[in-house]
Design a protein around this ligand. Structure first.
Ligand SMILES: Cc1ncc(COP(=O)(O)O)c(C=O)c1O
Length: 426
């Protein structure tokens, strides 16, 4: 009797999914990705993400697993931990969180009791759902109070954050954002936390790559616990991770497992090891510098074309475009841009009068286009495509831009999108 085999080519086993995958590959190849939270993982990262580590159950940690057969899983996870610690000069790393939200949940479990007060950035002004949105687990389990940006400058107001902290006496202060274009002063956050006897958590999900590349100050020397995602600017596999001081190591580890997860996704953990290795190479710093230079060039060009840039510019990999002067909302703008081959997301701007489903802004990020190989000199062209799309009168005009985008991208072939299997095997 022969065993049921499933090692044939995807196209033979599941032509329907193979065709969907091919369509997605074509979409990624032929559009300009400007979503600030995305990137293109390397072929090496994807190889390990799609590897046989997916077959293994490994509840526990290296050297302390519940199941047998974890010798090589242990090696891979130990390597990921060691590299994460080296990359960020951290005392302890946990690389098992399935995603950024789980990393944040584990950090809360490790530092708070249910009902404790936490001070974090307002979702509507750039914070994340897991920073206390009322419909998220964070807002349901803890008492969140929020800080935001100043109305006149649209940047964080540290004096106000300190005043709120003194008034509310949080047990934890969370720094970090999902849509904030400026450098965050972690030293100042530490000082505020110390003033009120709070712990400091930094969610560097968006800027982890910039921190690793040395183009944003690191939160690690200042924070008790730092969470991040590995798939945004860091350019690794989809996933999360936590760094902390030794003093919190046991609490963090047991919050992740068995606190909130079961078997870790060891194919993702092993791929995180590859991503950290890539981030430790000298060329990674060059890449991250280019991400920021491209972002500043693109924001400046959009400004010259007449768009309003929230806070007047950017220090990192993203900026926010206020669409109000153009008479569009974010949904209309992202729909128009998508037809023109430019992929980005609508976003609330500070003090936005519109609901999140419409929003007055677009969030624009340069991590993907920089991986694709575009430089500052290409940003004028990208800005022009985007501006033309926003003011385009009809579908015909948008499709004309789409043709121009495709023609431009022909010069940037994207080898990292190469399928892992040769065409005849797919
Ligand atoms: C600041 C911040 N924290 C956490 C997350 C959550 O990450 P994930 O989507 O992997 O759960 C995000 C995702 O956008 C984020 O921007």
């Amino acid at each position: 009797m022969t065993a049921v085999r499933s090692d044939g080519a995807l196209a033979q086993i599941d032509p329907e999914l193979a065709s969907i995958l091919a369509d997605e590959e074509e979409r990624q190849r032929s559009s300009l990705a400007l979503i600030a939270s995305e990137n293109y993982a390397s072929v090496a990262v994807r190889q390990v993400s799609g590897s046989i580590f997916t077959n293994k159950y490994a509840e526990g940690y290296p050297g302390k697993r519940y199941y047998a057969g974890n010798q090589w899983v242990d090696s891979a996870e130990a390597l990921a931990i060691e590299r994460a610690k080296r990359l960020f000069s951290a005392e302890h790393a946990n690389v098992q969180p399935h995603a950024g939200s789980q990393a944040n949940m584990a950090a809360y479990f490790a530092t708070l009791n249910i009902g404790d007060t936490v001070l974090a950035m307002e979702l509507a002004q750039g914070g994340h759902l897991t920073h206390g949105a009322s419909f998220n687990f964070s807002g349901k389990l803890y008492r969140f109070v929020h800080y935001g940006v100043r109305r006149d400058t649209e940047v964080l107001d540290y004096d106000e954050i300190e005043a709120i902290a003194r008034r509310e006496k949080p047990k934890l202060i969370v720094a970090g954002a999902t849509a904030y274009p400026r450098i965050i002063d972690f030293e100042r956050f530490r000082a505020i936390a110390d003033t009120v006897g709070a712990r400091l958590m930094v969610d560097m999900a968006h800027i982890a790559g910039l921190v690793a590349g040395g183009v944003h100050p690191s939160p690690v020397p200042h924070a008790d616990v730092v969470t991040f995602t590995t798939h945004k600017t860091l350019r690794g596999p989809r996933g999360g991770a936590i760094l902390c001081r030794q003093e919190l190591a046991r609490k963090v580890d047991s919050a992740v497992f068995p606190g909130l997860q079961g078997g870790p996704l060891e194919h993702a953990v092993a791929a995180k090891a590859v991503a950290f290795h890539e981030a430790l190479q000298p060329e990674y710093r060059v890449y991250q510098r280019q991400v920021v230079s491209n972002c500043q060039a693109l924001a400046a060009h959009m400004g010259r074309l007449g768009a309003r840039i929230v806070s007047g510019g950017t220090d990192n990999h993203l900026f926010l475009l206020d669409l109000t002067p153009l008479g569009l909302d974010g949904q209309q703008a992202s729909d128009k841009a998508e037809l023109a081959g430019l992929i980005l997301n609508k976003n609330l701007i500070p003090f936005d009068p519109l609901p999140p489903t419409r929003a007055s802004g677009l969030r624009v990020g340069t991590a993907c286009v920089t991986t694709r190989g575009l430089g500052e000199s290409d940003m004028a062209q990208v800005g022009e495509f985007l501006f033309r799309a926003l003011v385009a009168p009809d579908e015909e005009a948008l499709l004309a831009i789409r043709a121009d985008v495709r023609a431009m991208l022909d010069d940037f072939p994207a080898p990292f999108l190469t399928p892992l299997m040769p065409a005849e095997a797919r």
